[in-house]
Write a protein that binds this ligand. Structure first.
Ligand SMILES: [Zn+2]
Length: 442
């Protein structure tokens, strides 16, 4: 081993591999070469290794980067614009602001802000559904995050003012342009069954099949959506509509999945569709509590997401973990329903599984992408730590994330973002001032 020289060696921390057996190395070390984890073992064995950069992680937890499986990063520009109202009222306000402000340039700036917020909070991969996805892809690259993104579909012209036929026609070109790029996982992103009729959903499923892509969609989020979808689709439920349109025949990630009956859960279990559970958004918009325990009991992969910063209101996966646990405890009356380590698994390994990228990331293992975060336990609120998972879920927060490596590159160092996004912050401030002035004079 001693002849091998690594790029980075993180040593002396308590490693949580987050593999299926919840493997841990009490005094562990991880070596990184290029964008991969090249070695993992004990700090003792690491003493004979050399690396260009050595990070002393004594007193820290080392775990895989968190995976935010549902967000709209650029919606940071609307953070706090439409609070304290249900989903429908929220959407009306936000959609008006979007029509006014959303351009490739504003998306690039606001998505950079969102990506920075996520990186500082320990996220290394996120799923983004939003207008002008090329701008979000560029923003994620600037910060250093990998992502799942792709063309968005709604049944109307949308804020990018693109007619349906043009929207479909542009997809193959977009995919050809971005396919195979490192750190980018492409999916088609139809918005929901209430913004697309069944013919249009079928067209998107067909396109996904032709291009060999998975799909990400909102589904079964709110009671009014259930009524609306039923009224438009012969009393069917959203999951039934997805099945009929062929969406369940593709790798499918459904955001929310709050209002699911036995038949829905059965369909998800049989087809391998995954759920991105967004507890904070569901609570804030009074959407309901997703049947997470029931889904997991049936073998459905349930990952965690934050949703957009205008319904969230932040992109904080630590809050998502904690609230996901609390909401299940309240819903089932059983504190054993979703133990802390399962919540950490949902934020890491299950996120990768939900996206079909488990071979690439989600656990710490030699050969996988070096998506690694280091949590500093030297804080009063994290002392003592009897169980690392319990500390992470019930006591830690994103401010405790000390270092973040994404695809081998350090993107957060000693709690500071390595990329400079000051221009992006200034642009988002400008947009917010414009919207605020309008709101004040309206
Ligand atoms: Zn959403």
């Amino acid at each position: 081993m001693s002849a091998v020289h690594f790029d980075t060696l993180i040593t002396g921390g308590h490693v949580l591999t987050m593999d299926a057996g919840f493997g841990e190395i009490t005094n562990g070390a991880i070596a990184i070469t290029g964008e991969r984890i090249s070695w993992i073992g004990s700090a003792e064995d690491a003493r004979s290794l050399t690396a260009t950069s050595v990070l002393d992680a004594k007193g820290c937890l080392i775990l895989p980067g968190l995976i935010n499986t549902h967000c709209h990063a650029a919606m940071t520009m609307f953070r706090g614009l439409a609070d304290d109202r249900p989903l429908q009222g929220f959407l009306n306000t936000v959609w008006a602001a979007e029509a006014d402000q959303v351009t490739p340039a504003s998306v690039a700036a606001a998505a950079a802000l969102g990506a920075a917020e996520m990186a500082l909070g320990g996220v290394t991969h996120f799923v983004d559904m939003y207008w002008h996805p090329a701008a979000t892809i560029a923003a994620a690259r600037k910060v250093g995050l990998s992502l799942t993104a792709g063309p968005v579909f709604v049944g109307f012209d949308g804020v990018d003012k693109t007619a349906w036929e043009d929207r479909l026609a542009r997809v193959p070109g977009f995919i050809a342009q971005f396919q195979g790029q490192p750190g980018l996982d492409l999916r088609l992103m139809p918005h929901a069954a209430y913004t697309l009729d069944s013919d249009k959903l079928r067209a998107v499923a067909g396109l996904a099949e032709a291009l060999g892509l998975g799909i990400h969609i909102h589904g079964a989020e709110a009671p009014w959506e259930m009524q609306m979808v039923a009224a438009q689709n012969d009393q069917q439920r959203p999951i039934g509509v997805f099945q009929k349109a062929g969406l369940l025949d593709r790798p499918l990630l459904i955001a929310h999945g709050v209002h699911l009956d036995e038949g829905d859960i059965d369909l998800l279990a049989r087809t391998g569709a995954a759920i991105s559970h967004c507890p904070l958004s569901n609570a804030k918009l009074a959407s309901g509590t997703a049947p997470v325990a029931a889904l997991r009991a049936r073998g459905v992969t349930v990952a965690l997401g934050t949703d957009g910063a205008s319904s969230g209101n932040d992109l904080d996966m630590w809050k998502a973990m904690r609230h996901a646990g609390f909401m299940q405890i309240l819903a089932t009356g059983n504190p054993e329903t979703l133990p802390a380590r399962e919540l950490v698994a949902m934020a890491t390994r299950e996120g990768a599984a939900a996206l079909g990228i488990a071979a690439e990331t989600g656990t710490l293992m030699a050969g996988k992408r070096a998506d690694v975060i280091v949590i500093d336990l030297a804080a009063p609120h994290l002392t003592p730590s009897y169980d690392p998972y319990s500390t992470l879920v019930y006591a830690a927060g994103r401010d405790d994330v000390a270092h973040v490596f994404a695809a081998g590159r350090q993107i957060v160092r000693s709690k500071r973002l390595c990329a400079d996004i000051s221009d992006d912050i200034a642009r988002v401030q400008y947009i917010a001032n414009t919207l605020k002035t309008r709101k004040d004079t309206a």
